[in-house]
Each structure stands twice: as structure tokens, then as C-alpha cells.
Design a binder for this molecule. Structure first.
Ligand SMILES: Nc1nc2c(c(=O)[nH]1)N[C@H]1C(S)=C(S)[C@@H](COP(=O)(O)OP(=O)(O)OC[C@H]3O[C@@H](n4cnc5c(=O)[nH]c(N)nc54)[C@H](O)[C@@H]3O)O[C@H]1N2
Ligand SMILES: Nc1nc2c(c(=O)[nH]1)N[C@H]1C(S)=C(S)[C@@H](COP(=O)(O)OP(=O)(O)OC[C@H]3O[C@@H](n4cnc5c(=O)[nH]c(N)nc54)[C@H](O)[C@@H]3O)O[C@H]1N2
Ligand SMILES: [Mo]
Length: 765
């Protein structure tokens, strides 16, 4: 066998032919419906488009693999309870194209790695298990049995179970996730890093510490009652388009919307709802009543400035602005917060936030006399070194107003992957609490390991520093989703075996350990038949509703297995008689997995009955009931200081955002329609004033450099795009810019990579 050629960890730096036009002022509308059908038609037969769109997000249908936004419980449109980007997610999965053994015979792994992520993603659905042997450059077919034996042999040869790492991406169903963590813990490790570590971990930590539950408190109905909704650090027009309908309803009912972002994101400005033709004709709904163009990571400064001004108003007329009864009965730490506010200098805060004083006054005026306030946030808040503090500052504002635990008010961290929240509930967590581990021990008769495992960043370091580990991924694209691409690639190359359970080919199948396995699985859209017949799975959305999801399309290949089936067979092969768990029985009928979940995890009483209700069921949520499950049963105010961002001349704070044409590392297309970009992803958006200062021209090609703790990282050949983004802040897309994100630049406590605040400099080529 020839020696392995090193595969490329990054996208090629060739350009694809950029066209820049003006950013759009309105989201969705007919264009989006047309765009979704046009996109789907490129990859799916018309009958499949019809089948999937009729069943998508319907009661008894299947859950959109796009985002975790909940479905309305009252009225669902008979068709089109989907959005443009949901349809793209489906087209990506439901393609009839096959990435089969012939493909792998014709294309070597290093050759495929020179293609772009967009091209790699278009190779079709994976069709059968494939094996990449040591030193080989080609994947070859392997039987399922041989694959399971190989995994079992490698796992059982490790000196210590902690030398194996089991990653999960948030599309995995509750049933698969529960079995997976059960297997991993029975095998003997808590090394269960997941995409949450890079996503909403700061929310879970910040909310858990202050409110006693790491999940949001609102339901969809709360949006219809809210008086003010603040959307901060989130781009729903692209990433959660169905949320725009909820915001529209809120406005119809007289609510006001404040958005906080370093860029005016199109979906937040005006929304034209295709299900409301009359409204569309009259120009759609203007969503944002107030847009606060904050500096990247200027959010604590902004929130503090708002709270400072609210406190001044409260001093004038005690009890008229803050909810003093709620504060007295339900919270702790109010006096400390006020003492800290007194020490703050308002001008200083305003300057740090980057928002004009008059706009801050406008926000204060909107918030002053209202108590039904919802704050929504996503990656613009969590992916900073002070991500946890950001979340806690949001909590402070809500607590001052008594805006938690009452209708129309509360916390709304908007989750990403469609079952990322459910996976956590199922125990996909490197740091599951003792109560969870004890429950596993009680019901399954083995002693789970007690020590916490690795989260994502620590897992990468461990693989890098201690060669010979085994890396396992239940979905996702670990290499491209994680920071410091070249370092992570080396970490993966040092593993003895890397195994990926996947639907589609991606770069993590190309930059591998000494040997590698691809295990192809069914996706959300697929019909899943086991010994007892057709199965459905269940998922938990962003608001804690658990409901069923059942695919409608036959798989592209008879060799695909479901995720639960793969886990069960792997567990049997690896553990043998070590534990007394009837894996086969659980897979024969997923009701048995749900029974196991019901007895192990609180909140799942009558799981098999309630999951069959048309709308599923809500998990318990103490905040929703006005309670706080902290040690003293009170909600906690916390003291958080604004981020100190010191940028030298020629330095910028870079945010790595999503384009309108991608799902994380899956690239649907090369456009970013709302931001006016066609046919290119290697772009850096920059304010025209900064361009002028730096002598940069539109469409000029530049290299981007980050310098962290003396280590320089370079991303080559990005194209300059003038854009309305806060001064000294720039935007690039991930995963292309991940090479600039230092592994060690992570959030305190949550360890989330600070992908939205990377200091870079720009260098003409
Ligand atoms: N179509 C589609 N849908 C998706 C995804 C996808 O890739 N494509 N991904 C899914 C996943 S896993 C997730 S987690 C979510 C992500 O959903 P989002 O969090 O909306 O995704 P990002 O593109 O990372 O956008 C972050 C937003 O925060 C803003 N921002 C950046 N830095 C700051 C800051 O310091 N302060 C403030 N106030 N704003 C800031 C950015 O300008 C941007 O508007 O979407 C989910 N849904
Ligand atoms: N710089 C920067 N980096 C980021 C972010 C950022 O904003 N900036 N965002 C972070 C966030 S929020 C997240 S969540 C992570 C995402 O990280 P991941 O979840 O690891 O990445 P994805 O791109 O969502 O994974 C896509 C792959 O999942 C597989 N897949 C799709 N559906 C299924 C399925 O049903 N089953 C199985 N087994 N496999 C499936 C396919 O093979 C596909 O190629 O990235 C993070 N990385
Ligand atoms: Mo995410």
C-alpha cells in the first residue's frame, strides 16, 4: 500500500466569481418560496418534494432537520409549514444522488479534499459502510459486521476507556442519543463532547447558575402576548425563518421589537409572510421598531447602559419601573447589582456599546413601563469569551422587570440543531450531573464513570497531545465545525481510528485517523423499518416540547441503518456480556427505548402515550411555573463587567457568521441573497469608513491574520465587501475563517470557542 497523502483540511482558496449587489430590505415573501422549490427541484424528484413538504412540521409528520424553532400548536398551514432554508435542508438530505463504492473507487481521499465543501456536499447520500485502511488513499467497502468488529477490537484494545472520544451533533433523535450515551457510559467514559459545546453552552451555564434551569422559559404562545421582544445576537431571517411569523404575530397584537446586532440583518427589518397575501401586497410587516447597531461584543455595555438609565427612572418614581415585589420575593443579589450600577459611568458604557445615546433612550422608553418582555438570543451572544456573562446580563434585565415566569415574558435562547436540546436531556453531556448517572446505575445495573469527560476543545487538545486515541462521531463535521482547523486536523490525524456515522460526505471523512470508517445512516426524511415494523423517533424543540418525527421517503440504499440500530450493534459487539442490556429488543421497537428513557429521566411520564399526541408534550420547566431551581430557590442577579476590547490601529474584531446558503458546514450554495452576495464565500464584510482608513477597495483580495498569544494564523485570499457593519468589526463566513479562531480563545466557564470575537488584521495580497 502506498503511504497516505495528507488531505487538505481547508477549502481551496480559489475564487468562484463574486457579484455584489445591494443588501435586501425584506425577507421571505414569494422569492423565498420560489427559491426553496427551485433549490429542491435541483436535487429531488417532484413527487418527493410534494411528499416531504406536505409532511414537514405537520402533526404526525417529520420534524424539519433545519432549526429547533417550535411548530405552532394552533393553526398549521396545510402546506408550507416550512421555510426556504428548511426546504434546502431537506433537499440536501433527500437527494437521490448516491455517493457509492464507484465514487470512492474513482476518487482518492486526498483528491476529494481539494474540492470545496460545496462540491463535497453535492456528491449525494452515503450508501454503504466504507473503510480507509492505514496508509491507503482510497475508501473501500466493508461489511457492517466487519465494521462493528473493528470498532469493538479497537475500543477493547485501548488502555483506558477515556482514550475514546464520542462526539454528537444535534440532529440525533432522543432514541439514538439515549442509546448512544448508555453505550458510551457502559463502555466506561463520560467523553461525550457535542455541538452544544460550540453553540449554546454559554446559555446553559448562564441560565443554570442564575435561574436554576439551563433552558429557556418561554413558549411560542408567549410571543403572541409579549409587549416587547428583544432579539439580540441572532439572525432569524436566515437561521430560524419560522420565528419571523411569531414576531409578526407579536406585532399584530401591538408588541414592539428591538433588535441588537452589529449589522442590520434583512429578516429583522421587514418580513413578507407568504401565507398572508394581502399583507404581502401592502409591503409586508416592518418588524424592528428599534435597531441598535452595537459593536461586536458591546452587548454588556449596552445592556448595562439601559439598566443604568432604567434604575435612574426607578429612583425618580420607585416601583414604577422595576418589579420590586418580584425582586423581593423571588431574587437574590439586587442590592449588589444596584451598587455596581452606581459605580458605572454612563458615557463610558454608551461609548463601549457603540450605540448612539438617543437610541439607548428609545430602548429605555420602550422597556420602562412594560413587564411582558422576552429576550431572544443566539450565537452573537454565546460565542464570546464573556458569553456566559452576556447571558447573565440578559437575565439581570429580565429579573429587574419581573419578566420571568409570567405569560408573554421570559428567556428565549434560540437553539440551533433541531434536537440539540433533546440530546442534552438524553445525557449527551460530558458533565452530566450525579443524579443522572445514579439513575443509569439504578436502572441498568452498571456503575457509570463519575469523572467529567472532555468537551470539544479539551477533546481536540487531548487527541493532539496523546496520539493513539479513538474518535467517534454521531453525525456532524467535527473538523470543519471546530476552531483552529489546521491544529484540529493534526489532532484527528493522530488518532488510531476515526469513525463517523453520517448521511453525507464531508471534510471530516477526508482528514482522518490512521484508519477510518464511514457508517451511513438514515436521516429524518427516511422511512425507518425495524423488526416490529415502521418506527418513528422523537425530538425536543427549543421550547422544551417533545414530539414525534416519522420519515416519508425510502432510503437511497438498502445498506443504510438507523442511528439506534448502529449504536445497538456497536454496543453488542464491544460490550458483549459486560452489561445486561437487551440492545436488540430496544431496537426492534423504539417504544422500548422510550420506556427506558421514561424510567431513567424525569419528565417523561407516559412517554409512549404522550409522544403520540398531535402536539407532543411539554417537559417540566421550573421557570415557567415561576420557580427557580437554584440552591436557595431564588433567581440570582450577577455582576458582569463590559468586555474590554482593545484594538490597535488596523485591527478589527471578526465575527464568523452564517450565510443564507449554508447549514453550518453544509454549503447549500454560494450566495448570501439577503446580504447581496452572489457566487462567493471567501468574503470579508467591512465598513466603508474602515476601508477608506485602511486604503482598501471593494473586491480587493486580502489575507486575514489573527495573532493570539504570539501565534500567527492566516486565512488567504478573502475578497473585501463594503457593508453596513459597525466600525472596526468585520464579518466572514465559517467554516472558511475557522483557521483564524485560536483553540484557546474560549468562553470562561462554558469553554465555547469565541468565534464571534477574533482580533484580526487585514493585509493586501
Ligand atoms: N439556514 C440555517 N439555519 C440554521 C443554521 C444554519 O447554518 N443555516 N445553523 C443552526 C445552528 S446550529 C445555530 S446555533 C443557529 C445559529 O443562528 P444565529 O446565531 O442567528 O447564527 P449566526 O450566523 O452565527 O448569527 C449570529 C448573529 O449574531 C450577530 N452577532 C455577531 N456578534 C455579535 C455581537 O457581539 N453582539 C450582537 N448583538 N450580535 C452579534 C451576527 O451579526 C448575526 O446576525 O442557527 C441554526 N439554524
Ligand atoms: N467559526 C464558527 N464556528 C462554528 C460556529 C460559528 O458560528 N462560527 N457555529 C458552531 C455551532 S453553533 C455548531 S452547532 C457547530 C456545528 O457542528 P456540527 O453539528 O458538527 O456540524 P454540521 O455542519 O451541522 O454537520 C453536518 C454533517 O452532519 C451529518 N448529518 C446530517 N444529518 C445527519 C443525521 O441525521 N444523522 C447523522 N448521523 N449525520 C447527519 C452530515 O454528514 C453533514 O455533513 O459548528 C460550530 N462552529
Ligand atoms: Mo449551533
Amino acid at each position: 500500500m502506498s503511504e497516505r497523502i495528507k488531505s487538505a483540511a481547508q477549502n481551496p482558496d480559489e475564487h468562484t466569481g463574486i457579484k455584489i449587489s445591494e443588501a435586501k430590505k425584506q425577507a421571505v415573501g414569494v422569492t423565498a418560496v420560489a427559491a426553496s422549490v427551485y433549490h429542491a427541484a435541483k436535487y429531488m424528484p417532484p413527487i418527493d418534494i410534494l411528499k416531504t413538504s406536505l409532511k414537514l412540521n405537520q402533526q404526525k409528520g417529520f420534524d424539519c432537520p433545519g432549526c429547533a424553532w417550535p411548530d405552532p400548536e394552533d393553526e398549521r398551514s396545510p402546506i408550507a409549514e416550512y421555510c426556504e432554508n428548511g426546504m434546502k435542508a431537506i433537499a440536501e438530505e433527500a437527494t437521490k444522488k448516491r455517493c457509492d463504492r464507484d465514487f470512492f473507487k474513482q476518487n482518492s481521499v486526498p483528491a476529494i479534499s481539494t474540492w470545496s465543501d460545496f462540491e463535497i456536499g453535492k456528491t449525494g447520500r452515503l450508501c454503504e459502510p466504507m473503510f480507509l485502511a492505514k496508509d491507503s488513499n482510497f475508501y473501500e467497502p466493508i461489511s457492517w459486521e466487519a465494521a462493528f468488529d473493528l470498532i469493538a477490537k479497537n475500543l477493547n484494545e485501548l488502555d483506558n476507556p477515556d482514550d475514546a472520544i464520542f462526539y454528537t451533533s444535534g440532529r440525533t433523535s432522543n432514541e439514538a442519543a439515549f442509546l448512544y450515551q448508555l453505550f458510551v457510559r457502559a463502555y466506561g467514559t463520560n467523553n461525550l463532547p457535542d455541538c452544544s459545546n460550540m453553540c449554546h453552552e454559554s446559555s446553559s451555564e448562564g441560565l443554570g447558575a442564575t435561574l436554576g434551569i439551563g433552558k429557556g422559559s418561554v413558549t411560542l404562545m408567549d410571543f403572541y402576548e409579549a409587549e416587547v421582544v428583544m432579539v439580540i445576537g441572532q439572525n432569524p431571517g436566515t437561521n430560524h425563518p419560522r420565528m419571523l411569523s411569531a414576531l409578526e404575530k407579536c406585532k399584530d397584537n401591538g408588541g414592539k421589537i428591538i433588535t441588537v446586532n452589529p449589522l442590520p440583518e434583512t429578516g429583522l427589518i421587514n418580513f413578507s409572510n407568504p401565507q398572508r397575501p394581502l399583507k404581502m401586497l401592502s409591503g409586508g410587516t416592518n418588524l424592528s421598531d428599534l435597531f441598535l447597531q452595537v459593536k461586536a461584543n458591546g452587548d454588556i455595555a449596552l445592556l448595562k447602559a439601559i439598566m443604568y438609565r432604567l434604575w435612574q427612572e426607578e429612583e425618580q418614581m420607585p416601583g414604577s419601573v422595576f418589579d420590586q415585589t418580584f425582586i423581593k420575593n423571588k431574587t437574590n443579589g439586587y442590592q449588589d447589582l444596584i451598587e455596581d450600577l452606581k459605580q458605572q459611568n454612563l458615557e463610558n458604557l454608551i461609548e463601549k456599546s457603540g450605540v448612539e445615546a438617543s437610541k439607548i433612550e428609545a430602548a429605555v422608553a420602550l422597556l420602562k413601563h412594560h413587564k411582558k418582555i422576552i429576550i431572544c438570543w443566539a450565537m452573537g451572544i454565546t460565542q464570546h469569551e464573556n458569553g456566559v456573562a452576556n447571558v447573565q446580563e440578559i437575565v439581570n434585565l429580565l429579573l429587574l422587570k419581573g419578566s420571568i415566569g409570567k405569560p408573554g415574558a421570559g428567556t428565549c435562547p434560540v437553539r440551533g440543531h433541531s434536537n440539540v436540546q433533546g440530546d442534552r436531556t438524553m445525557g449527551i453531556w460530558e458533565a452530566s450531573p450525579k443524579s443522572f448517572l445514579d439513575s443509569l446505575e439504578k436502572h441498568f445495573g452498571f456503575k457509570p464513570p463519575q469523572e467529567h469527560g472532555y468537551a470539544v476543545v479539551d477533546a481536540i487538545k487531548a487527541m493532539y497531545e496523546e496520539p493513539g486515541k479513538m474518535f467517534f462521531a454521531m453525525g456532524g463535521n467535527f473538523l470543519s465545525a471546530t476552531p483552529d482547523t489546521e491544529y484540529t486536523a493534526e489532532a484527528l490525524r493522530k488518532c488510531r481510528l476515526t469513525v463517523q456515522i453520517s448521511t453525507k460526505l464531508n471534510r471530516s471523512h477526508l482528514v482522518t485517523g490512521e484508519a477510518a470508517l464511514i457508517l451511513p445512516c438514515l436521516g429524518r426524511t427516511n422511512i425507518d423499518v425495524q423488526a416490529s415494523g415502521k418506527q418513528f423517533v422523537s425530538v425536543e424543540n427549543s421550547m422544551g416540547v417533545v414530539h414525534s418525527s416519522e420519515g416519508v421517503l425510502p432510503p437511497v440504499s438498502e445498506h443504510l441503518k438507523s442511528e439506534p440500530a448502529i449504536v445497538a450493534q456497536m454496543a453488542k459487539a464491544t460490550l458483549g456480556e459486560k452489561v445486561k442490556i437487551d440492545w436488540d429488543k430496544m431496537v426492534s421497537n423504539y417504544d422500548y427505548i422510550r420506556e427506558a428513557i421514561e424510567k431513567t429521566i424525569p419528565g417523561f411520564v407516559e412517554y409512549n402515550n404522550r409522544v403520540r399526541l398531535p402536539n407532543g408534550f411539554y417537559l417540566p420547566n421550573c421557570n415557567r411555573d415561576g420557580d427557580f431551581d437554584t440552591a436557595d430557590k431564588k433567581a440570582h442577579f450577577t455582576i458582569n463587567q463590559p468586555a474590554e476590547i482593545i484594538l490597535k490601529d488596523g485591527e478589527y474584531l471578526m465575527m464568523t457568521n452564517r450565510s443564507h446558503d449554508q447549514y453550518n458546514t453544509t454549503i447549500y450554495g454560494l450566495n448570501d441573497r439577503y446580504r447581496g452576495i452572489s457566487n462567493e464565500r471567501r468574503v470579508v464584510f467591512i465598513n466603508p469608513i474602515d476601508m477608506q482608513k485602511a486604503g482598501l477597495e471593494s473586491e480587493q483580495v486580502v489575507n486575514l491574520k489573527s495573532n493570539f498569544n504570539g501565534v500567527e494564523r492566516v486565512a488567504k485570499k478573502f475578497i473585501v465587501v463594503p457593508y453596513n457593519v459597525s466600525e472596526q468589526c468585520v464579518v466572514t463566513y465559517f467554516p472558511e475563517a475557522n483557521v483564524l479562531v485560536p483553540l484557546d480563545k474560549q468562553a470562561k466557564i462554558s469553554k465555547t470557542p469565541a468565534s464571534k470575537s477574533i482580533v484580526i488584521s487585514i493585509h493586501p495580497t
